[in-house]
Design a binder for this molecule. Structure first.
Ligand code: HEM
Length: 405
């Protein structure tokens, strides 16, 4: 665990007792059969509360409203992202996911390297390979009239896109899917460690090859980047390779699952989008608002008072983005998925760390919808089967059997 998470007592003396909830965030979200409504119970709480189990057994602050969550995203001087996180813990190597685990001003130097390759205009170049990925995967089950969406599509799809983005050979897809499965879904921690190490080893040799002979413009920019007037160093570059891998995996896999589940249970919406594919981009915005899968976090950089609440350096702060996007003070009838509204969502974060891949992600989602709706005249849940999902750092399906008419 990072030194930045100094808080270990379930309730430090600095926390006002009236804000303490002796409860588990993960248990709350897993209750019932709709995690979005379950988590929204926190809208009845004050905007800032302390939970004794805010995240995987760790105590911390939980922000419960759009306004305070957005403010914490923007105020990086008090809410720090600087930490050694998941990958460093798994690998035992000082790899910081770069730039997501680095605060400004250093953050900006790394972000400047990536930004030009992820503008709306730049990501259009990925349309053809992304569509090809989607088509190849769909072709593998189209004839069966059914699929298990998670294993057959949602898991392999982002790995496929990543291989293309990073100029890696497609024949490594099998390895990447296996690693991704273990990294994200294995219950045995040693399996997760082994997957993280295998990915690291592969990225390391790919990085060395790219340093010798970069095969696309993004890779060239990364391996030749200058940070504060000196060449990017080994761990900085590794962190950048790694973040492009993990940034677009869990997030895309999870979001696309909720969208397909929603379509499978709303045949009229399917018909509308099939008849009018031009409405798909606006539907994607609403789906992103309603199915906002990420719970991110910060640590308090220095003692200060936030909305009257005393926070201490090192306190963990959880930002469940779904609480912002389903806040009734901002979105009328927040649990209604209505593609005609123009939602001001913060699904991709906001402020300095806002998602570098957001335009790519939206295009990926759009292409998946276009391909599924064009290929299958009807999409429904498989009768007699019960989809299963998890909550936690992301909300995503584990099992989603679909009938494809
Ligand atoms: C539906 C899909 C996606 C969602 C919901 C999503 C969400 C997010 C969120 C909420 C953040 C901010 C995290 C924070 O501030 O703590 C973020 C950052 C980031 N995302 Fe995404 N993301 C998605 C897809 C992608 C893709 C496809 C990529 C790959 C290029 C990507 C790469 C990144 C990177 C590198 C950052 C760090 C940016 C920084 O620190 O400046 N994301 N994403």
């Amino acid at each position: 665990m990072s030194a930045s998470f100094a808080t270990v007592e379930p309730v430090p003396a600095s926390v006002p007792r009236e804000l303490v909830r002796d409860a588990s965030f993960d248990r709350l979200t897993a209750a019932g059969d709709d995690p979005w409504r379950a988590v929204a119970a926190l809208h009845d709480e004050p905007p800032v509360i302390w939970m004794t189990d805010a995240s995987f057994g760790r105590p911390g602050w939980v922000l419960t409203r759009h306004d305070v969550i957005a403010e914490a995203f923007i105020d990086w001087e008090h809410f720090s992202s600087q930490r050694s996180g998941m990958v460093a813990d798994l690998l035992g190597e000082p790899v910081r996911l770069n730039p997501i685990e680095i605060d400004p001003p250093r953050h900006h130097a790394f972000r400047r390297v990536l930004n030009p390759f992820f503008t709306p205009a730049a990501v259009k170049d990925f349309d053809a390979p992304v569509r090809q990925c989607a088509r190849e995967l769909i072709a593998q089950f189209a004839g069966r009239g059914e699929c298990e969406f998670v294993d057959d599509f949602a898991v392999p799809f982002p790995s496929y896109v990543f291989l293309d983005l990073m100029g890696m050979p497609r024949d490594r897809l099998g390895d990447f899917i296996a690693w991704q499965n273990d990294l994200m879904r294995a219950t045995d921690p040693m399996q997760r460690v082994a997957a993280a190490r295998a990915i690291y080893a592969y990225l390391k040799q790919h990085m060395a090859a790219q340093q010798a002979n970069p095969t696309n413009a993004l890779l060239r920019a990364m391996v030749t980047a200058e940070i504060d007037g000196r060449p990017i160093d080994y761990y900085e570059l590794m962190g950048m390779f790694y973040v492009l891998y993990v940034g677009g995996l869990d997030t895309v896999y999870s979001t696309v699952g909720w969208i397909l589940h929603h379509l499978a249970t709303h045949p009229q919406l399917q018909s509308r989008l099939r008849a009018d594919p031009a409405a798909i981009p606006q539907a994607i915005e609403e789906f992103c608002r309603a199915f906002s899968v990420v719970v991110t976090h910060r640590s308090v950089a220095k003692d200060f008072t936030f909305h009257g609440v005393p926070m201490k350096q090192g306190d963990e702060v959880n930002l469940p983005i779904m609480l912002a996007n389903r806040d009734p003070a901002v979105h009328a009838d927040p649990h209604l998925v209505d593609i005609d509204r123009k939602p001001r969502h913060i699904t991709f974060g906001t402020g300095t760390h806002n998602c570098v891949g957001l335009h790519l992600a939206k295009r990926e989602l759009r292409i998946v919808l276009e391909e599924f709706l064009a290929t299958f005249p009807s999409i429904s849940l498989k009768p007699g089967e019960t989809p299963r999902y998890h909550t936690g750092r992301t909300f995503g399906f584990d099992y989603l059997p679909l009938v494809l008419g």
